[in-house]
Design a protein around this ligand. Structure first.
Ligand SMILES: [Ca+2]
Length: 200
């Protein structure tokens, strides 16, 4: 058995060690090459972890929105929109801000929920923080944006034919569904393979 103190005794003392020499150009070249290789391995790994984290964030938001919409319906017998009974379904998040829906779900007075008319009991069905860089949340306009800064898309069966018609979208109409929600994903464009959708 060897004790640490004995090992230390065998090491050369400070005076006996050879002076530290500066790195030669060849050594510097090799070191910088090693650093480059390490970075090229670590950076994609970190970016991949970040991408997965943002994906999970968007999926959780979509689940929370669906849950909040269902609870809203259970309370009021209608979906969280001031546009029920229209001749077509309504989509929020592109031409029309999703703030109209979000104000109602959050129990906050504002466009879509003026003077709490849409949610008169002022129930908080959805609790969301402020949005930020790579953080989903409520932006300055009261809209709910995904981790990439784009509004969540919310299509509601406002014409009440038990089909969500996906307005201005290539997605098929959804039978026996009343609310469809999706994120445009990292490419920030709807109707691409990067979309994160509530119905799959
Ligand atoms: Ca419909």
């Amino acid at each position: 058995m060897t004790y640490a103190s004995e090992q230390n005794d065998e090491l050369p003392s400070e005076e006996q060690r050879p002076p530290r020499l500066p790195l030669s150009p060849a050594e510097k070249y090799i070191l910088s090459g090693v650093a480059t290789i390490l970075l090229s391995m670590i950076v994609p790994l970190l970016l991949g972890l970040q991408a997965a984290r943002l994906q999970r964030m968007a999926e959780a938001d979509i689940r929370a929105l669906l849950r909040a919409s269902d609870r809203f319906f259970a309370e009021y017998g209608r979906w969280p929109t001031a546009r029920m009974g229209t001749i077509n379904d309504v989509r929020y998040g592109d031409e029309r801000s999703n703030a109209e829906v979000i104000h109602m779900l959050r129990g906050v007075a504002g466009p879509g929920n003026e003077n709490h008319q849409g949610n008169p009991h002022r129930i908080v069905f959805l609790e969301v923080g402020r949005s930020g860089f790579r953080r989903s949340g409520i932006n300055a306009d009261g809209a709910f944006v995904d981790p990439w800064g784009m509004q969540y898309q919310i299509a509601i069966d406002t014409d009440m034919n038990e089909v969500v018609t996906m307005i201005r979208s290539a997605y098929p109409n959804l039978l026996a569904t009343s609310v469809a929600i999706w994120s445009s994903g990292p490419d920030r464009r709807s109707d691409t393979s990067q979309d994160i959708v509530s119905w799959e």
